[in-house]
Write a protein that binds this ligand. Structure first.
Ligand code: MV4
Length: 447
């Protein structure tokens, strides 16, 4: 096993990775910007290296500084965490070229899934259902109308180089498609530098269901069930739960087996997530994330598998050592993403945390690098804590979550705790009756 791992990230996820290393007897190197010199993950690390000023492009995205830090500290391996360089295939390749182990997938798999059109084609080849769409880019309105007639309206126009939902356009009929196509093409050029767009049949009320998988790159692949991530605002996830209240056991088993089969054929290594839209009993692959995700915690709570520990073992060359039949998914788990934001306007609220008290008790997990007196810098993502709850049933989980949110004190800054309190009391949420549009409407209505 590795003796020393460099963690190329910050905040709660850097601390999460530090914890797994510590439990495995692995020393950690924290790299940090000047804004994060006093952060908890930095205080707990065995060694620390300041890699630059606050802007991420000069620090957490500074490949030369990170590789230099790995060299001078004598690290064996680099964990990229999530965001920043985690899905940068060139970074993964550079880490390996410099003689360190990249704790993640093969660079070619990161590259494949980074191209949405190629990822969708790969998924289809691997036997995974995808949304009916044009086979490649569409150039002119006449060609678009011909393709659309075969797919069925409404149509969604997506940028080939796109992501995060930006630049998508819905067309309800032939005339609207002809009108929207050049607008979408122009937006694609200005947002992504590439004008190619493609068409898909538009699903108007889907749920966002994703499957967590672990592969060892040696034929061993398992899934840890699905997560329902339909509760989003501006393409930012707010609350995730597993199992999805929308699926039955047959659907769960079917989508898990499809994901596992495809990843075994691909020879996928490390943790990964296949994202699907689910509507009227059907799954449609949309994309794959080739990294650890923020919401991996809820899959850990129901499976008992430490996903970061598994990433470290797999990167060290170990086979999985267990089969799907040995994975028992038990109970229900929910994650609330707590952001340093105004809970009504969603404006960022960085600053000094004057008071801090985290909830505890059975089935309560808090993944956060906050402490009383710390400062939340204004330069990065506003996620400051993940409140993760486990219960034997969904109802037990909800009752426990309600009381944990009540106990949680974060003073000095605004947080989204009040939003979560309002959300989990909504009848639609309590009934598990929500799609990807529901939260947007819910935060729009006041009181
Ligand atoms: C869709 C869709 C409906 N139909 N594709 C948004 C982000 C991008 N990765 C894919 N997205 C969507 N693709 C078809 N054919 C609806 C969305 C979508 C969405 C998807 C998942 C979670 C939240 C969402 C919010 C709005 C739109």
């Amino acid at each position: 096993m590795f003796e020393k791992v460099l963690i190329a990230n910050r905040g709660e996820i850097a601390l999460r990775i530090h914890r797994a290393c510590r439990e495995m007897g692995i020393k950690t190197v924290a790299v940090h910007s000047t804004a994060d010199a006093g952060a908890m993950n930095v205080r707990l690390a065995d060694e620390t290296v300041c890699i630059g000023p606050p802007p991420a492009r000069d620090s957490y995205l500074n490949v030369a500084a990170i590789l230099s830090a790995a060299t001078i500290t004598g690290a064996d391996a680099v964990h990229p965490g999530l965001g920043f360089l985690a899905e940068n295939a060139d970074f993964a390749a550079a880490v390996e070229e410099h003689g360190f182990v990249f704790i993640g997938p093969a660079p070619e798999h990161i590259r494949l899934m980074g191209d949405k059109v190629a990822a969708k084609a790969a998924a289809a080849r691997l036997g995974i259902p995808t949304v009916p769409g044009s086979s490649g880019a569409v150039r002119d309105p006449a060609a678009a109308q011909t393709a659309a007639a075969a797919l069925g309206y409404p149509i969604l126009i997506k940028a080939a180089a796109g992501g995060g939902g930006r630049g998508m356009k819905v067309a309800r009929d032939r005339a609207e498609l002809a009108h929207m196509l050049p607008i979408a093409q122009n937006e694609a050029v200005s947002f992504f530098g590439r004008g190619e767009v493609y068409l898909e049949h538009y699903l108007d009320r889907p749920r966002h269901i994703e499957v967590q998988i672990l592969g060892d790159g040696q034929g061993g692949v398992v899934h840890l069930g699905e997560r329902d991530c339909s509760l989003q605002r501006s393409h930012q996830k707010v609350l995730e739960e597993t199992p999805s209240p929308a699926l039955n056991a047959e659907e769960r088993g079917r989508i898990g087996a499809l994901a596992v089969g495809a990843m075994r054929t691909l020879g996928y290594r490390s943790a990964g997530t296949l994202e699907f839209l689910y509507q009227d009993g059907e799954f449609f692959f949309i994309e794959m994330n080739t990294r650890l995700q923020v919401e991996h915690t809820i899959s850990e709570m129901v499976s008992g598998v430490d996903i970061v520990r598994e990433q470290l073992r797999i990167a060290d060359g170990a086979p999985l050592g267990y089969r799907q039949a040995e994975i028992r998914l038990s109970g229900h788990a929910i994650e609330c993403r707590i952001n340093a934001e105004d809970p009504v306007s969603f404006r960022p609220s960085p600053g000094r945390v004057t008071d801090y008290h985290a909830p505890g008790g059975l089935g309560v997990r808090v993944d956060s690098a906050l402490y009383q007196g710390c400062t939340v810098p204004p330069y990065y993502d506003s996620l400051i804590s993940k409140l993760v709850i486990h219960g034997k049933t969904r109802n037990e989980c909800l009752m426990r979550l309600r009381r944990a949110l009540e106990e949680y004190v974060i003073g000095g800054i605004e947080t989204t705790i009040p939003l979560h309190q309002r959300l989990i009391d909504a009848p639609e949420f309590i009934d598990g009756n929500y799609d990807t549009h529901w939260l947007e409407r819910f935060v729009g209505r006041r009181g």
